[in-house]
Design a protein around this ligand. Structure first.
Ligand code: PRP
Length: 180
């Protein structure tokens, strides 16, 4: 896999330290509250598992799977393929993403989950690519701000590959131009 990698942007150690920090902040902020952690498949599966392990207060874990059709990239149409198992009434909900890019997925999720009356609704994201933003969204717990480069690893893929890299890596441009 590494032959397709141009360089490592965030190391495994940096990721581990940051996730620990985020887990501590979340544990402090939600102490005494009913916390539901919602991982967004597939990209956030790995980060969600690592972050959840660093949360030291009682919390429940659930997942959603959203697909987006990027036919018209700026309007991106989203569809829910897997919905939550439990109600959110009066629960404190933390949506966990691997990356916020245009912000359209988070905007969709906020609009989709708010009507379920959670006591609070916040977002944690491992990566933030602010230069690509199309809609304004708030990220309450942020790992790393990254430049506008094609990154893979820690759950992020290109054509379903590279999700299992332990670092955040910049892919060689010839890989995604070669494979279309
Ligand atoms: C990625 C990522 C976020 C979304 C962010 O998911 O996991 O959900 O894109 O982009 P946005 O801010 O522009 O909406 P993707 O649709 O690639 O699916 P995956 O998680 O299954 O890889």
């Amino acid at each position: 896999m590494y032959e397709d990698i141009e360089r490592v942007l965030v190391t495994e150690e940096e990721i581990r330290a940051k996730i620990k920090e985020m887990g501590e902040a979340i544990s402090r902020d939600y102490a005494g509250k009913e916390l539901v952690v919602v991982g967004i498949l597939k990209g956030a599966a790995l980060f969600t598992a690592d972050l959840f392990r660093q949360i030291t207060i009682p919390a429940t874990l659930d997942f959603m799977r959203i697909v987006s059709y990027a036919g018209t990239k700026s309007t991106g149409v989203h569809r829910v393929l897997l919905d939550l198992e439990y109600e959110l009434d009066n629960k404190h909900v933390l949506v966990v993403e691997d990356i916020v890019d245009t912000g359209l997925t988070i905007r969709f999720l906020m609009d989709y989950l708010k009507p379920r009356n959670p006591a609070s609704l916040r977002v944690a994201s491992l990566l933030d690519k602010p230069s690509r933003r199309k809609v304004d969204v708030e990220i309450h717990y942020k790992g790393f701000e990254i430049p506008d480069e094609f990154v893979v690893g820690m759950g992020l893929d290109y054509n379903e590959k590279y999700r299992n890299l332990r670092e955040i890596c910049v892919l060689k441009p010839e890989v995604y131009t070669r494979q279309g």
